[in-house]
Design a binder for this molecule. Structure first.
Ligand code: NAD
Ligand code: MG
Length: 410
């Protein structure tokens, strides 16, 4: 039987949450709050949301709080001055790296959105932390470097992206990044198809940011919500699966599963297919990784299959979701190609959310960048940064040329 008493499982794990004010940050703190004897919140970090981080500091009393934006960090100091908290406030990317590598932290939840999460996640890997990875962009940008840092730093990597967490649960516990060694034939990532799975393709040019962010099953941050609508998210996840599990692009398939109950599957050479099921609630994969190898309780209700009735699956429509084709191509091209794709996508999604770019031009922007920026080998982080910078600038130029004229607010 599971227990949550202090003595049964040793000292509490000391957790640093990068991206504490976001959707994954909130789900993580929700799980942690259920197990105060198992987890201690040592550091909370975010971009610039002062009221949200102040409220979290008052509630969880961390030893450190970081806001990357320097003015916001100063405002947080003022805001918390009268609270007599044990919290030191840090600023900038240096602050993120400091808390990600603190000796007193053993677990780092990497939940910053986008390329902004790479440096701190890498620092956690080098410092040998137990990393709970939500920031898939870190692997997409610098997969080889990141996996080498995990190995060399002696870090433990636990995926919390729901699909990858499902695959992790369906692989043997001793899995060592060689699918053939354990009889794995194929990995099947499920995808809900997002809010536009059945929308006539001809109408997609005019969808609004709010429509794109209205995911039918998951409640998430706006960037990943748009990525789910274009299915670039699934494309990034194919690349993420490649690096996490050492599986070639040819052995990673995507199947549409509109209900988001089956979170992914592993097919073995004997014909067995193992799947992990659950409600579409990130607290489940987060708790699986937080407690690993133990199981810890969450407030997620039990899954009632009879009440669900049926689950359905369909083939992925690559014409409707061309971003997925681009992601497979970038993975096969290797080198800086996935970093170029990720940077172009971040710029395009930001422009779309700001009402400056049509939904259908997100993929056009990404294709333009991949066609015009040469792919280079990745030997060091500088190669990734150079690709990221060039791709952003080419994408900005392209977006400016496609600017939606006269569009009011997003
Ligand atoms: P979100 O937008 O809700 O939160 C993002 C967090 O990152 C915030 O705390 C924000 O302050 C921080 N942040 C943003 N820019 C930053 C910067 N420049 N420097 C430091 N911090 C910065 O996003 P989310 O939905 O929680 O997603 C976070 C990550 O988890 C993404 O990589 C996403 O792909 C991944 N993920 C999310 C979900 C989900 O259900 N939300 C599921 C799987 C994977
Ligand atoms: Mg996912």
């Amino acid at each position: 039987m599971q227990t949550t008493t202090g003595t049964a499982h040793g000292a509490p794990r000391r957790v640093c949450i990068l991206g504490a004010t976001g959707s994954i940050g909130a789900s993580t703190l929700d799980v942690i709050a259920c197990h105060p004897d198992r987890f201690e919140v040592t550091a909370l970090a975010a971009h610039r949301n002062v009221p949200r981080l102040a409220a979290l500091c008052r509630r969880f009393r961390p030893r450190y709080a970081v806001l990357v934006d320097a003015a916001a960090a100063r405002a947080l100091e003022v805001e918390l001055a009268a609270d007599r908290l044990p919290t030191s406030i840090l600023a900038g990317e240096a602050g993120l790296i400091t808390v990600a590598s603190l000796a007193e932290v053993d677990t780092v939840l990497a939940a910053i959105v986008g390329a902004a999460g790479l440096a701190s996640t890498l620092a956690a890997a080098r410092a040998g932390k137990r990393i709970l990875l939500a920031n898939k962009e870190a692997l997409v940008l610098g997969g080889a470097l990141f996996m080498a840092a995990v190995r060399d730093g002696g870090a433990t990597l636990l995926p919390i992206d729901s699909e990858h967490n499902a695959i992790f649960q369906c692989l043997p516990p001793t899995y060592a990044r060689d699918p053939t060694e354990v009889g794995v034939r194929r990995i099947l990532l499920t995808a809900s198809g997002g809010p536009f799975r059945t929308r006539p393709v001809g109408e997609l040019a005019d969808v609004t940011p709010d429509e794109a962010c209205a995911h039918p099953n998951w409640s998430m941050g706006r960037k990943i919500s748009v990525d789910s609508a274009t299915m670039m998210n699934k494309g990034l996840e194919v690349i993420e699966a490649h690096w996490l599990f050492g599986v070639a692009a040819e052995a990673i398939d995507v199947v549409i599963h509109p209900q988001s109950i089956v979170h992914s599957l592993v097919e073995y050479v004997d014909g067995s297919v193992l799947a992990q099921l659950g409600h579409p609630d990130m607290r489940t994969p987060i708790a699986q990784a937080l407690g690993y190898p133990e199981r810890i309780a969450t407030p997620v209700p039990a899954l009632d299959l009879a009440q669900r009735g049926s689950l359905s699956f369909e083939a992925c429509d690559f014409e409707r979701f061309p971003c997925l084709t681009l992601a497979y191509a970038a993975l096969r091209a290797g080198g800086t190609a996935p970093a170029l794709l990720n940077a172009a996508n971040e710029i395009a999604v930001e422009a779309f959310l700001a009402g400056k770019l049509r939904f259908t031009d997100i993929v056009t922007t990404c294709a333009h960048v991949l066609a015009h920026v040469p792919v280079a080998a990745v030997a060091a982080l500088d190669d990734v940064h150079a690709a990221d910078t060039t791709a952003r600038s080419v994408a900005q130029g392209f977006v400016a040329s496609r600017l939606v004229q006269g569009r009011v607010t997003p």
